[in-house]
Design a protein around this ligand. Structure first.
Ligand code: FES
Ligand SMILES: [Fe+2]
Length: 417
């Protein structure tokens, strides 16, 4: 007889073996998607955008996160704020997702009017005795870390966001991303679970075979290798590469560019990893020829050879180079569908067609994102199959994935699953 009983999410989480991918249901089941939204996306710090999304007072940016929605805005005093995108009257969603510019926030339903501070200004036909103070929009916890915006929808956000800020603010300061401009933005819906999206971007085991464009600027040995599997020539190359890293990192550090690897994995609510990576070839930027795409460098940068400050987090990954930054975040839409939002940032005064060519700026990651989307869809298709069994991560190239799935299981179980 068919066994139609459904294993609880908690059993799937406990069934996960260290060193292996997750049980299929955690990638495929709608209830696992709901649980992820509730725990990871509603109770943890989530990358939500950049200050450059709202460069001027009155600029708004609405973002759906799971079943919730927030609005990020810059108020009349230039302060970036975040609120739940929910009217205090009968709960209508105030703004549709995406950017806009407003004088005040006006609910389309019954025209309640809010200041950009969130204060309720006008509530027609509610009577003289109505206390408008009760109608203030509900704030959302927001942190700008070097111009990158993180939100937490919980009223008790994890405190270790301070650790991310302490590590990243000095690393990002010279780039002044808070005053950059978004030169280009794409939305891509990957046909895979958000955790497969995250796992895919945390390893470069797949890069050589799948990312010819990206590999021009990536250094092959950066992403781990089995030392026993190298030919003598490759072993020499790997050794030279390690020595080059040590020298280059010491040089950068001496010039005031923090470069060492910092990692917060399992055991932390806010997971992240950062390191200043060497860019291959001319060493300037992730472009088709490895040279800077924008002649106007970010912030106060005066040299182009400062590598790639990579940073990944709970739902995001970033590459910050002297001339531009590429900021990625993912948001789950369903068990098998994930929105990947990518933003290319340049100096706010850089002029398209003059200081940079948009195609050169975006070519690498547009191609890479499409390739990654196909890989994630392929991984999801396998996870949906009855033939799927959790598979082993490579200890040499996929240890960071083991960390990610371990972190995920820990966070879920720590939050009641
Ligand atoms: S629900 Fe917004 S004004 Fe009524
Ligand atoms: Fe990739």
């Amino acid at each position: 007889m068919l066994d139609l009983s459904i294993e609880p999410i908690s059993s799937l989480l406990r069934a996960r073996r260290a060193g292996y991918t997750l049980p299929a249901g955690l990638y495929t089941r709608p209830d696992a998607y709901e649980a992820d939204v509730e725990v990871i996306f509603h109770r943890h710090w989530i990358a939500a955008g950049v200050e450059a999304d709202v460069p001027e007072p009155g600029d708004v940016y609405a973002l759906d996160i799971g079943r919730s929605s927030i609005v990020i805005l810059r108020d009349d005093d230039g302060i970036v704020r975040a609120f739940h995108n929910v009217c205090s009257h009968r709960g209508a969603k105030l703004l549709d997702p995406g950017p806009g510019t407003v004088g005040r926030l006006v609910c389309p339903y019954h025209q309640w009017v809010y200041e950009l501070s969130g204060e309720l200004m006008d509530a027609p036909h509610m009577g003289a005795d109505f206390d408008k103070g009760l109608g203030h929009l509900r704030p959302v916890n927001l942190r700008s870390i070097g111009g990158l915006l993180y939100v937490c929808l919980s009223d008790t956000p994890p405190e270790d966001i301070e650790d991310l800020a302490a590590v990243m603010e000095p690393r990002l300061a010279a780039y002044d991303l808070a005053n950059a401009k978004v030169a280009f933005e794409t939305d891509l819906v990957e046909h895979g679970n958000w955790k497969l999206t995250m796992e895919n971007n945390r390893e470069c085991y797949h890069c050589t075979a799948n990312h010819p464009e990206l590999c021009v600027s990536f250094v092959h040995y950066d992403f781990g290798y089995d030392p026993e599997g190298l030919t003598p020539d490759e072993a020499e190359e790997a050794k030279a590469h390690a020595e080059r890293y040590a020298t280059q990192s010491a040089d950068w550090e001496a010039q005031g560019f923090p470069s060492s690897a910092v990692e917060r994995g399992p055991g932390h609510a806010t997971n992240f990893r950062t390191q200043r990576l060497i860019i291959a070839g001319p060493g300037e930027s992730q472009t088709p020829d490895g040279r800077a795409a924008s002649s106007k460098l970010l912030g106060g940068m005066t040299r182009k050879d400062t590598g790639d400050v990579h940073l990944w987090g709970n739902n995001s990954w970033n590459h910050v180079m002297a001339d531009h930054a590429v900021i990625f975040a993912c948001y789950p839409l369903a068990a098998g569908r994930t929105l990947v939002r990518t933003k290319w940032l340049v100096h706010k005064d850089a002029v398209e067609g003059q200081d940079y060519d948009l195609e050169t700026l975006t070519a690498i990651w547009k191609a890479t994102n499409d390739q990654d989307a196909a890989l994630v869809a392929r991984a999801q298709a396998g996870a949906e199959s009855i033939g799927y069994r959790p598979g082993p991560y490579s200890t040499f190239t996929e240890g960071t994935l083991d960390d990610f799935t371990t972190w995920y299981v820990e966070r879920m179980t720590a939050n009641g699953y």
